[in-house]
Unconditional design. Structure first.
Length: 411
């Protein structure tokens, strides 16, 4: 079956708030309400009407407590959208927000739907990582005996060890992310998609990203490695540590050098983002002017211990589907889960670093797990417009050994 185009009509996001419980800017906001603010802002911009929306698809990782009970459907109701608009919530870990966009693109490109709103949310201050109780593998002991997984920070340090990335190189990348983010904020680079979060009385709670901070090489160098103690902790009944278990699959590393810290890893954050996607027929019928079209998309599984190396091969998979090469992409958004992930992907694909995360990334801005992929899609479209460029690729590493990539092209 020949698919038609999937067009991006618009994209908005909330600011990223610090994802810590207590008196943080967004910690008092229910995660459904974060989505409500984004949905209402999207509709208010006038490019879509709520009554035309076929479905709302949202990514969310920790689907427990306030983020349980099909958050997407409840957010639709909380926003006051027509009850005929359905909602579904999905989890592909850090790739959830982009997966929601991709599923929506599939729906409109197939002709099964005309207009879908997709995106994601995570309130890490109210539903911290691990709050769903599933651990790394759903606590399935039969799986654990066959496939052992380690925490992502251990995987990131393993990548740095195998690639020979020094602590100085890792910190230098983190410093660059902070500097690029600061310049982008000063230049208003995020203004096109950023919508403030207000309380019920209309008081602004947060209007700008809360995580970026002044950073120096000296300050970064003083931070302790976040995963050294964890890596030396017993992880199985035989008393083997997480580091030892990781090295069973990668004995060439000899020992894991722990280089990732709170300063060169993604920040814990709260936030939401939504994207409106429409079919070609709907666009023509309504005389709409899309901002971009989805050129290609791909997902890929990878080895689950090292876990975070899939952005390179999944990007190649998407590029092949689009009939493109690395050099055909004007701007890249590679999620900064850990600095080593971006450095390894850059090296493996031979990307010009000047095209990558030009406005900083999750190290500076934060990583609200279920929302980040949709946020990055909006960010790259905004920046393509600002620079009068054409193509962008968004990719994220994913827990359990997966990757996701989406290529967009300005219309």
């Amino acid at each position: 079956m020949k698919l038609s185009a999937a067009y991006v009509l618009d994209a908005v996001r909330t600011p990223r708030g610090r994802g810590r419980a207590g008196k943080r800017s967004l910690s008092g906001v229910h995660p459904q309400e974060l989505v409500v603010r984004a949905l209402k802002a999207l509709a208010a911009r006038g490019k879509i009407s709520e009554k035309d929306v076929d479905d709302v698809v949202l990514g969310c990782v920790s689907q427990a407590g306030e983020q349980g009970s099909n958050l997407a459907r409840n957010a639709v109701l909380a926003a006051g959208w027509p009850q005929e608009v359905g909602g579904t919530t999905l989890n592909r870990f850090c790739g959830s927000g982009l997966q929601a966009v991709n599923f929506a693109a599939m729906g409109v490109a197939s002709g099964a739907q005309d207009l879908v709103v997709a995106g994601g949310v995570e309130s890490m201050s109210r539903a911290p990582m691990g709050s769903d109780g599933g651990g790394l593998d759903g606590n399935n002991m039969a799986l654990r005996r066959r496939v052992f997984q380690v925490p992502q920070g251990i995987s990131a340090d393993l990548i740095a060890t195998l690639e020979g990335f020094s602590r100085a190189e890792i910190d230098a990348f983190a410093l660059g992310s902070q500097e690029r983010a600061a310049k982008a904020i000063a230049a208003g680079a995020f203004a096109g998609s950023l919508v403030p979060v207000t309380d019920d009385d209309g008081k602004t709670l947060l209007a700008a990203d809360e995580l970026p901070r002044a950073t120096t090489p000296e300050g970064l160098a003083k931070l302790e490695a976040s995963f050294a103690t964890f890596g030396a902790s017993p992880a199985d009944e035989a008393g083997r540590t997480f580091d030892q278990l990781a090295l069973l699959g990668y004995p060439q590393a000899t020992a894991i050098t722990h280089v990732h810290t709170a300063g060169n890893s993604s920040g814990i954050a709260d936030g939401a983002a939504v994207v409106a996607l429409a079919s070609e027929a709907f666009v023509k019928e309504r005389g709409l002017k899309p901002r971009a079209r989805i050129r290609a998309m791909a997902t890929l599984g990878s080895e689950p211990v090292i876990m975070l190396t899939a952005p390179g091969p999944v990007s190649q998979k998407a590029l092949k589907r689009a009939g493109m090469t690395v050099k055909d992409i004007d701007l890249w958004e590679i999620n900064e889960a850990f600095a080593a992930v971006v450095l390894q992907t850059t090296r493996s694909l031979g990307i010009d670093p000047a095209r990558i995360n030009v406005n900083g990334g999750a190290i500076a801005l934060g990583h609200p797990l279920g929302a980040t992929g949709a946020m990055l899609l909006g960010t790259v479209i905004d920046e393509l417009e600002r620079r009068n460029l054409t193509t962008g690729l968004v990719t994220l590493c994913i827990g359990g050994g997966q990757g996701i990539a989406t290529i967009v092209e300005r219309v």
